[in-house]
Design a protein around this ligand. Structure first.
Ligand code: PSU
Ligand code: MN
Length: 307
């Protein structure tokens, strides 16, 4: 492996890791493909500030000019936000060609986990993960995020998964792959915009210290793969389940009617849900990311105490 040719860790992140100070990785598909400009840039910068306020160093990840970057400048975040859907969405299979071409790329949960792991960052905060799509029994549309969770030793803190996915099948897949699914302060898998989904998680843990300890033990056991922490959206920002579920059903139908496939599916569904709900879902989306960033920073702090 000659990864150092391709990996660029920012000085701030490098120093924090050397000094065993907490670092939190962040993805960039949420910036380029998950939210409209300029809210995407504003949110990305706010997330970095929240992580700092909670004692950790933010490491937003992306591909810039063919480099796997861990820790971005404000200008780079602006480029990713302004570029929007013109920035290629980069999952694992996209890396060889994008890097060979010296292209930019917005990293998904998959590629952010990869970069974090290469850099030595253990905790990663995002909004939602990819999973098993509804109808996957015929489309076979299963996000590479699940395979990465099976392989790569990074804790991913999210707000559960949107019901654009088949949540039951997503949990079954994670179980098969040996990925522990934790509910933070809940026994139920949160459904991103809402605190409940009707599906149970594997374990409920209630403090950042407990999250850090379980992850630390996993590492000591030498178990490969990540750990998925699902953190419910704060009550005051959660959406009416009837409203959001109707919007999601409508978006899934439109996606099928228009025959949208492959890597376009998730960005199309996210944008359509936002259009249907007139921006209410965007406001909730932003708040749940802030909530996850805070939990990730505190957990990263606890994890440093164990190392
Ligand atoms: N789900 C969301 N918001 C997102 C994504 C998923 O609720 O922004 C993004 C993440 O970057 C995730 C990716 O890793 O989409 C999954 O894409 P796909 O389903 O094509 O694997
Ligand atoms: Mn897919």
């Amino acid at each position: 492996m000659n990864i150092s040719k391709y990996l660029e860790v920012s000085d701030e992140v490098k120093l924090a890791l050397q000094e065993n100070r907490p670092v939190v990785a962040l993805e960039s598909t949420i910036i380029s493909h998950g939210m409209p400009y300029p809210q995407n840039v504003e949110t990305a910068l706010n997330v970095e500030n929240i992580i700092r306020e909670n004692g950790a160093v933010p490491a937003t990840c992306a591909i810039i000019g063919g480099k796997l970057k861990c820790g971005l400048t404000k200008d780079e975040i602006e480029i990713l936000g302004k570029g929007g859907s013109n920035i290629p969405k980069a999952s694992r299979r996209d890396l060889p060609v994008l890097i060979a071409k010296g292209s930019d790329g917005a990293t998904t949960v998959t590629t952010t986990m990869m970069i974090a792991n290469l850099a030595g960052v253990k905790i990663f905060a995002t909004g939602g993960i990819g999973g098993v799509h509804r109808g996957a029994e015929t489309t076979m549309d299963i996000s590479a995020d699940l395979e990465e969770l099976a392989e790569t030793q990074v804790m991913v803190i999210c707000a559960g998964a949107k019901s654009i996915l088949d949540l039951g099948l997503t949990l079954e897949y994670l179980e098969t792959k040996g990925v522990t699914v934790i509910g933070y302060g809940t026994e139920e898998l949160p459904a991103f915009y809402t605190r409940k989904s009707g599906f149970g998680v594997d374990y409920r843990l209630d403090t950042p210290a407990e999250l850090a300890k379980s992850f630390h033990v996993k590492e000591e056991l030498g178990l490969r793969g990540g750990m998925l922490v699902t953190n419910p959206i704060p009550e005051q920002y959660s959406m009416d389940p009837d409203v959001i579920n109707k919007a999601i059903d409508e978006a899934v139908n439109m996606c099928n009617e228009r025959n949208i496939k492959g890597k376009q599916t998730t960005p199309f569904l996210l944008a359509t849900i936002k259009d249907i709900t007139g921006g209410d879902s965007l406001a909730s989306n932003i708040q749940l990311v802030y909530n996850n960033a805070k939990l990730a920073a505190l957990t990263a702090g606890e994890l440093c105490k164990l190392n």
